[in-house]
Design a protein around this ligand. Structure first.
Ligand code: PBG
Length: 339
């Protein structure tokens, strides 16, 4: 007699045979409520300009952003994340525009909050859209100066909170930023504003298209961000980053990019009881779009599979430029299932 549990008594294909049995044993599903939509904002009215390296992604003026935010909310997307394409004339060495209460991001936050108050708004805290060189911080003697940068990040975060932002998301990778931002928010009476820390943010080639979108690439030249973003070969260090950020007061932590770092998502999820978010970054999105344009793969399926992988690894929410697209597909298939 064959041992129990082994073939032929056990046949795992039995549960895979029918759509209904596959549905019953399915361990994960992507829903609109897992998605966060990163959006690029630009000056002007009724302006919508394509980001060439990210097919289907546009920089939107605030009036159009408000309309799209309402659509996101209708589709069940809980939150959006705003990234400004700052006019070159406003970029400086000290990034003063980053904490101007009337800057593009602050105006966008206020407009979206007014029109769609139930939609969560996340703002990036980092100086790269505002510096002439495209680095995330203040450069002194050829290096990004940690503590000089902290002083500016704090002002940026408070300005965003004042504008009505729900979550500030430091993506700059300076040491100690979560703690000083938490203290500054609390001092300014914003203890209800949350911090999503980009705790494990890698120095990744997959950010290329994003830098085109916000215009931080051309000024960036040959410099790179390896003195502050993490080395892609490191995993243990990501856990130290997460532990520090939790101790400093982070409410959520991010792993970024997403698909190339599933191991990091999984180990953060296992090790800490804090919600982990994943960022499917611009290059990941661009790869899927580019292959789809060549008809080399089925875009909807490949996108869903990528998102599912991040969720299976332990992500409780995923930043994706495809959020609207994916939510629209999901809402169609759920009506189809009901009919
Ligand atoms: C900058 C920032 C970057 C992204 C989000 N915030 C780029 C960078 O670090 O150069 C990348 C997002 C993406 O590639 O989609 N603080």
């Amino acid at each position: 007699m064959t041992a129990q549990g082994a073939y032929p008594a056990t046949r795992l294909r039995r549960t895979r045979r029918h759509a209904w049995s596959r549905a019953l044993v399915s361990e994960q599903a992507i829903t609109a409520s897992d998605l966060i939509w990163p959006v690029f904002v630009q000056e002007g009215t009724n302006k919508r300009s394509a980001v060439e390296s990210m097919p289907g992604v546009f920089r939107l003026s605030i009036d159009l952003l408000v309309k799209e935010a309402a659509r996101a909310n209708k589709l069940g997307i809980p939150a959006i994340a705003l990234f400004p394409a700052v006019e070159p004339k406003l970029k400086t060495l000290k990034a003063e525009e980053s904490y101007n209460p009337k800057n593009l991001v602050c105006r966008a936050v206020a407009a979206v909050k007014k029109a769609v108050p139930e939609l969560g708004i996340i703002c990036d805290v980092a100086l790269d859209p505002y510096t002439t060189h495209g680095h995330d911080g203040i450069v002194k003697e050829g290096d990004v100066d940690n503590d000089a940068t902290l002083a500016v990040l704090v002002k940026q975060a408070v300005a965003q909170a004042k504008a009505g932002c729900d979550i500030v998301a430091p993506s700059d990778m300076m040491d100690g930023r979560v703690g000083v931002i938490r203290a500054a928010l609390d001092d300014a009476d914003f203890n209800e504003v949350s911090i999503l820390s980009y705790a494990a943010k890698y120095a990744s080639a997959f950010y290329g298209p994003f830098r085109e979108a916000v215009g931080s690439a051309q000024s960036f030249g040959k410099a790179d961000k390896r003195t502050y973003q993490m080395d892609p070969s490191n995993a243990a260090e990501a856990l130290r980053e997460v532990a520090l950020d939790i101790a400093e007061g982070a409410d959520f932590v991010m792993v970024k990019p997403g698909l190339p770092y599933l191991d990091i998502i999984a180990s953060v999820k296992q090790r800490f009881s804090i919600p982990v978010f994943a960022y499917q970054v611009s290059g990941e999105y661009a790869m899927l779009k580019a292959t789809a344009e060549k008809n080399w793969l089925d875009y909807d399926k490949a996108m869903m599979e990528s998102l599912l992988a991040m969720k299976r690894a332990g992500a409780s929410a995923i930043f994706t430029y495809a959020a609207l697209e994916v939510a629209a597909v999901l809402s169609k298939s759920s009506t189809a299932a009901c009919t």
